[in-house]
Design a protein around this ligand. Structure first.
Ligand code: HEC
Ligand code: HEC
Ligand code: HEC
Ligand code: HEC
Ligand code: HEC
Length: 169
C-alpha cells in the first residue's frame, strides 16, 4: 500500500511539473511574437512600398516613445489600396468606428525603468540595433529579453552612462 501511495505522489508531482512548464511556455511565447488584431506586414510597407520607419513611428526622434501610427495614416493609402482584403476591411472598420485597433505591445520595459527613444535615435543609432531586421518581418518578433543586462552591456561597449539613476529615476 505504502509503495503505491508514494508512486501516486511521484506521478502527480511529475504531471504538475509538466503542466507548469507547458503553461510557462504558453505565457512566454505570445509575448515574443504576439498575434495582432490586424496582420500588419512590415516587410510589405518597408521593402515593397518603400516607407521609412519614421514615416509611421513619427515620435521616435522627438519623444521617449516611438508611438504606433493611428489608422488615419494607414487610410491615406488604404482608402483605395487593397480594399477587398479581409485585413483591410478590419482596418477600415476600426478607422470608421474611431475605436483603437488594440495592437498588442511587443517591446515594453517595466514601470521602474526609464527609457528614451529620442536620446538613442538622435545619437545616430539605427532602430535595427535594438529591434532586429523589422523590415523583413511579417509580424514583429521581439529579439531581446529587455533585461537590465541587455541595456548595460551595450552602455558599457559604447561608453554610455551606467549609474543606477540613468535608468532608475
Ligand atoms: C537603444 C535601443 C532602441 C532603439 C535604437 C530603438 N528602440 Fe524602439 N524600443 C526600445 C525599447 C527598450 C522599447 C520599450 C520602451 C518602453 O516600454 O517604453 C521600445 C519600444 C518601441 C515601440 C513601442 C513603444 C513605443 O515607444 O511607442 C516602437 C513602435 C518602437 N520601439 C519603434 C522604434 C523605431 C521605429 C526605432 C528607430 C527609429 C526604434 N524603436 C529605436 C528600444 C529601442
Ligand atoms: C504609402 C501607402 C500605404 C500606407 C500609408 C499603408 N499601407 Fe498597407 N499596404 C500598402 C500597399 C501598396 C500594400 C500591398 C497591397 C497588395 O498587396 O495588394 C499594403 C498592404 C497592407 C496589408 C496586407 C493586405 C493583404 O492582406 O494583402 C495590410 C494588413 C496593411 N497594408 C495594413 C496597413 C496598416 C495597418 C497601415 C497603417 C499603419 C498601412 N497599411 C499603411 C500601402 C500602404
Ligand atoms: C506603414 C506604417 C509603418 C512603418 C513604415 C513601420 N511600422 Fe513599425 N509598426 C507599425 C504598426 C501598425 C505596428 C503595430 C503592429 C505590430 O506590432 O506589428 C508597428 C509595430 C512596430 C514595433 C513593435 C512595437 C511594440 O509593440 O513594441 C516595432 C519595434 C516597429 N514597429 C519598428 C519599426 C521599424 C524598425 C520600422 C522601419 C524598418 C517600422 N517599424 C516601419 C507601422 C509601421
Ligand atoms: C545597442 C546599444 C544600447 C542599448 C541596447 C541600450 N542603450 Fe541606452 N544608450 C546607448 C547609448 C550609445 C547612449 C548615449 C547616447 C548619447 O550619447 O546621447 C545611451 C543613453 C541612454 C540614456 C541617457 C543617459 C544619460 O545621459 O542620462 C538612458 C536613460 C538609456 N540609455 C537607457 C537605456 C535603457 C533603459 C536600455 C534598455 C531597456 C538601454 N538604454 C539600452 C546605447 C544603448
Ligand atoms: C542602462 C540601464 C540600466 C542601468 C544603468 C541600471 N539598470 Fe537596473 N534595470 C534596468 C532594466 C531594463 C531592468 C528591468 C529588468 C527586467 O525587466 O527584467 C532593471 C531592473 C533592476 C532591478 C529589479 C530586478 C530585476 O531584474 O528586474 C534592480 C533591483 C535594479 N535594476 C538595480 C539596479 C542598480 C542597483 C543599478 C546600478 C548599479 C542599475 N539597476 C542600473 C536597467 C538599468
Amino acid at each position: 500500500m505504502k509503495t503505491i501511495a508514494i508512486y501516486v505522489v511521484i506521478v502527480a508531482w511529475f504531471a504538475a511539473v509538466v503542466v507548469a512548464v507547458a503553461a510557462f511556455g504558453l505565457m512566454q511565447e505570445p509575448s515574443m511574437r504576439p498575434k495582432q488584431p490586424i496582420e500588419y506586414p512590415h516587410h510589405t510597407h518597408v521593402q515593397d512600398v518603400g516607407m521609412q520607419c519614421l514615416d509611421c513611428h513619427r515620435y521616435a526622434e522627438k519623444s521617449i516613445y516611438a508611438t504606433i501610427p493611428g489608422t488615419d495614416i494607414c487610410m491615406g493609402c488604404h482608402e483605395s489600396v487593397a480594399t477587398d482584403k479581409p485585413e483591410i476591411i478590419k482596418l477600415t472598420e476600426a478607422y470608421r468606428s474611431g475605436k483603437p485597433v488594440g495592437w498588442v505591445r511587443v517591446y515594453q520595459v517595466k514601470p521602474h525603468v526609464y527609457f528614451s527613444h529620442k536620446r538613442h535615435v538622435l545619437s545616430g543609432m539605427k532602430c535595427q540595433e535594438c529591434h532586429g531586421p523589422v523590415e523583413q518581418m511579417t509580424t514583429v518578433q521581439r529579439v531581446t529579453d529587455l533585461g537590465m543586462g541587455w541595456c548595460v552591456k551595450c552602455h558599457r561597449t559604447r561608453g554610455a552612462p551606467r549609474e543606477c539613476d540613468t535608468c532608475h529615476k
